[in-house]
Design a protein around this ligand. Structure first.
Ligand code: AMP
Length: 504
């Protein structure tokens, strides 16, 4: 059997790793150089598809047909606030798909989100194949802990499209904990604070040598480095408008140049107190005079602009600590994962909360891919590495009751794998089918939660209303993916399950 690689499929950057014959974990380099592949897909004006570095290189000139941060949209319904929010901040076009999912229009071709992920996965796979000199057909892929069932399923689907078997999906913070804790014979409680390009996750994990048990998790799919960039961009645009009465937000090329620079200046400000923010000839006055953006961005200004974002991460962290019944002083180790945790003020805030500095034991950009590779290795046929990852679901799973009320079947932080059965009956005479809408989220009303599917169970023995008894089983596997089934308790027969609406 071929090797199983570990893939960190990130919002902004992706990375792959492998455990080599000698047991060493290696990040897979691209063309002998960098380990990171930008999670960007584009079609250029000649119709060529570009992925990764090639796509990133041309995005200033071709923002309309360059797709980035697509992971934020995967497994989402089109008509939701988050999608509306995203539409405002990207130059590429999105529209509603047949299944109420999001479809992207790139160079007048339609792409589903799982197709975009498939293209990025395929690029990572081909880089790995070049490096290993053999075919790669299996991978462990990481996802944010805060991904729903649908989002996880979409990543599995992406793998299927390119004949890459996603043997296991694991959570990013859990993978990072694995990279940190493996082989150290630890017995400690760790907090993983993972602030990446697009998403924020917190997990509290108890490490007992080779057992990694998640106690609680939480996060936000719309909270990451991109939002820090956006806060800077908004400031720059407003400032320019004040000075010149010109709104740059409708000019995709100017916006792209500002966006690019914002990220670079942000990164610079992690190691300097100030940095120039200058975009020459960004636009022209109505009289044809060229105008520049040119000022000095200070670290203090960046911190002021992004304080609400840092506060949101702290609120989520505190809620998760509370869910786990954990006090900051009982935390043994704090691991920082994700590039955005390099921002000094983030580290300072956490240091204040935990009264100790974060661990230096993991590399923020590499830990997730390394953990995925270690786990992949443990799943290989002849592996003698035995690991136990005990994870949880990040949000409640349940069904819609009359009036749109959400009835919880699994509360958030329920351990997985997990199965639960509920009993149901019929509401009219002769009824042979029962429909049920399943949602995931922590809100009391289903309209605020994500629809996982609209299930129809059929084949029930006809009888008077309220007489039939059926048992509906909710099965959440080790990857956080839900399967539904039903049984007619009278006949003992398994019923047919059809998913009528799904965004998978
Ligand atoms: P990741 O998804 O972990 O690769 O994180 C990428 C995010 O981290 C991007 O938004 C980057 O802009 C951000 N980032 C990378 N390096 C730094 C740095 N030194 N300071 C602040 N943010 C950074």
């Amino acid at each position: 059997m071929s090797k199983i690689i570990g893939i960190d499929l990130g919002t902004t950057n992706s990375c792959a790793a492998i455990v080599e014959e000698n047991g060493q974990v290696k990040l897979i380099p691209y063309k002998g150089g960098e380990f990171i592949i930008p999670s960007i897909f584009a079609i250029d004006d000649k119709g060529n598809e570009l992925i990764g570095h090639e796509a990133k290189r041309q995005w200033q000139l071709n923002p309309r047909n360059t797709v980035y941060a697509a992971k934020r949209l995967i497994g989402r319904s089109f008509h939701t606030d988050v999608v509306g929010q995203m539409k405002k901040s990207v130059a590429y076009e999105m529209k509603a798909g047949e299944r109420n999912d999001v479809v992207l229009d790139v160079a007048h071709k339609n792409f589903r989100l799982s197709e975009i992920s498939a293209k990025i996965l395929n690029k990572i796979r081909s880089v790995a194949q070049d490096y290993l000199g053999e075919k790669v057909t299996r991978a462990v892929v990481t996802v944010p802990a805060y991904f729903t069932d649908r989002q996880r399923q979409a990543v599995k689907d992406a793998g299927k499209m390119i004949q890459l078997e996603v043997v296991r999906i694991i959570n990013e913070p859990t993978a990072a904990a694995l990279a940190y804790g493996i082989g150290k014979n630890l017995h400690e409680t760790t907090v993983i604070y993972d602030l990446g390009g697009g998403t924020f996750d917190v997990s509290i994990i108890e490490i007992r040598d080779r057992v990694f048990e998640v106690k609680a998790t939480g996060g936000d799919i719309f909270l990451g480095g991109l939002d820090f960039d956006q806060a800077m961009i908004n400031y720059v645009i407003e400032d320019f408008n004040k000075k010149h009465s010109i709104d740059l937000s409708g000019d995709p090329v100017a916006m792209q140049r500002i966006k690019d620079l914002a990220e670079r200046v942000k990164i610079d400000l992690s190691s300097r107190e100030q940095a120039p923010f200058s975009v020459p000839f960004v636009t022209m006055t109505p009289q044809g005079q060229p105008l520049n953006i040119d000022f000095v961005f200070t670290r203090k200004l960046l911190e002021d602009l992004t304080l609400p974002l840092v506060n949101r991460t702290v609120d989520i962290l505190m809620r998760v600590m509370n869910d786990a019944g954990l006090d900051p002083k009982n935390v043994d180790e704090l691991l920082l994962v994700g590039g955005q945790t390099r921002m000094p003020v983030v580290q300072k805030r956490l240091q204040e909360i935990f009264a100790k500095p974060p661990s230096k034991g993991v590399h923020p950009d590499e830990a997730v891919a390394i953990g995925a590779a270690v786990y992949a290795h443990s799943l290989e046929d002849n592996s003698n590495l035995k690991l136990q990852l005990l994870d949880v679901i990040p949000m409640a799973i349940g069904l819609e009751k009359a009036g749109g009320e959400f009835h919880t079947v699994f509360p958030r932080n329920a351990a997985i794998p997990n199965a639960k059965a509920i009993e149901a009956t019929t509401s009219y005479d002769g009824q042979t089918e029962v429909a049920m809408r399943i949602f995931q989220g922590d809100h009391a009303h289903v309209s605020h939660n994500e629809l996982l599917g609209d299930f129809l169970f059929s084949g029930l023995k006809a009888g008077p209303a309220g007489k039939a008894r059926l048992e509906i089983t909710f099965d959440v596997n080790i990857e956080g993916i839900l399967t539904m089934s039903a049984r007619d308790l009278e006949t003992g027969k398994q019923m047919k399950t059809t998913v009528r609406v799904t965004q998978h």
